[in-house]
Design a protein around this ligand. Structure first.
Ligand SMILES: [Zn+2]
Length: 442
């Protein structure tokens, strides 16, 4: 090493580095600035605290898409964008979008964001954490006068909880028939998009091509208890599980509950009960994180003194591997045949929904993990059991998600809670992952 280089390096490695300004100048490799740049966690958590009053009712947060509280939440969020020096616009799908130009005009955008709508009687963390963290990341970059090579797009997706509508519009996956579906607010999707400032006539204008996004990153609460239980700070999401919903009609024979001997019955309810237990046993018997739930049961005639002649039930099956979903589909159908034969009933399977696993990009996972490690956070890789806008964005480019712990593993509940420190940690991982992604993936 030349002496001059050595001196420079020594200087950079000590006092000069400690005093290295957070703004203006860039070190050639950028590393030091990356390591010192941090979001303003107090500001971010302050926004979340203030947001808690929007849609707060006696039974929880009620900001269902297109409701008055959703509109109020969007106004609050638009204000945060503006306060942060961003220029938000509402796209034709009703998403809130702000774009910060990069230094390279032809570069694809890095997209970050989440949603602010809630389920009925939900909490204040599912969605707002990632949405506000994305705004905070953009603000932190602006305050440090750091421009990315790639454009940065901050997006707050509309109607995530009702079926990831905003992000599905970007992926071109919302049909005319979808627009006529009725949302939880009682309005159709079409009416809702108009209400929040979108324009369904221009919906094609938001559709982006596969490969048009440099990467998509979303911070979110875990919504399960794995991180908390393991005492870990960050989850590096491997993807969003695939999901298959079955509707199963079990047909027996309705007959008198008093006059029909026990050995001459074709009891659809008994078959349904056995099937429910068998599904649970089958899923637990095999190692892995697959889950299955019998969640809805309709019994006919549902009367005290009649043997049930028909039961319609649903099974919700999820896993990160499509192969596992196919395997359990076969298992459940075989259970239906066996239990049907044993109870004198017939099982008929139909599918209500089928969505394939949306896998996070391996390189993006490495970037997120690297960011968490650099910041000194404990972390693990894990699938997301819940759906997210990230699953739609996976159609457009490499996707990654960052999870932070949910206290008690509770979400979609007024008891949903994440600690301020974890939220700040997650936002810092998002910031570092954005910076790392800006220099990689091309
Ligand atoms: Zn969410």
């Amino acid at each position: 090493m030349h002496r001059r280089d050595f001196v420079q390096q020594a200087l950079l490695g000590s006092a000069a580095l400690a005093a290295w300004p957070r703004t203006g100048l860039l070190r050639p490799d950028g590393a030091f600035i990356h390591q010192t740049l941090r979001v303003n966690g107090e500001r971010l958590n302050g926004w979340l605290t203030a947001f808690d009053r929007v849609g707060r009712t006696a039974t929880g947060i009620n900001r269902v898409a297109y409701s008055p509280a959703d509109l109020e939440g969007r106004a609050f969020t638009l204000d945060l964008f503006r306060q942060s020096g961003l220029t938000p616009r509402i796209d034709a799908a009703g998403n809130i979008v702000a774009r910060v130009p990069g230094t390279r005009a032809d570069a694809k955008p890095i997209v970050i964001g989440s949603h602010i709508d809630s389920v009925t009687d939900g909490g204040n963390f599912d969605g707002p954490v990632g949405s506000f963290a994305a705004i905070e990341v953009a603000r932190t970059l602006a305050e440090s006068q750091r421009r990315l090579v790639h454009p940065l797009e901050v997006v707050v997706w509309q109607n995530e909880e009702g079926g990831t509508y905003g992000s599905r519009c970007w992926a071109g996956l919302v049909s005319e028939a979808d627009l006529d579906k009725v949302a939880r607010s009682g309005k159709t999707i079409r009416e809702g998009i108009g209400l929040i400032g979108g324009n369904v006539a221009q919906l094609a204008s938001v559709h982006r091509e596969a490969g048009s996004v440099h990467c998509y990153l979303e911070l979110h609460i875990e919504q399960g208890g794995l991180l908390e239980k393991a005492g870990l700070q960050i989850g590096v999401v491997q993807g969003i599980v695939g999901l298959r919903w079955f509707e199963i009609t079990i047909t027996g024979f309705a007959n008198h509950a008093g006059a029909t001997p026990m050995d001459q019955r074709q009891d659809a309810m008994l078959a349904a009960a056995r099937f429910t237990v068998a599904v649970n046993d089958a899923v637990r018997r095999v190692p892995g994180r697959q889950v299955a739930t019998v969640g809805r049961v309709n019994v006919t005639p549902n009367t005290t003194n009649v043997i049930p002649g028909q039961v319609v039930l649903t099974v919700d099956l999820r896993d990160i591997e499509q192969r596992t979903i196919e395997q359990f589909t076969q298992t459940f159908e075989q259970l239906g045949r066996d239990i049907g034969a044993a109870t004198g009933t017939q099982f008929r399977f139909s599918r209500l929904t089928d969505s394939k696993p949306a896998l996070a990009d391996a390189r993006v996972m490495d970037l997120v993990q690297g960011a968490a490690t650099t910041l000194g956070f404990t972390q693990q890789r894990m699938p997301s059991g819940a759906g997210h806008d990230a699953q739609e964005m996976a159609h457009l480019g490499p996707m990654g998600m960052i999870f932070i712990p949910s206290v008690g593993g509770i979400s979609h509940s007024p008891r949903e809670f994440s600690h301020a420190a974890d939220i700040t940690n997650g936002a810092n991982v998002l910031l570092q992952a954005v910076l790392a992604a800006d220099r990689a993936l091309d």
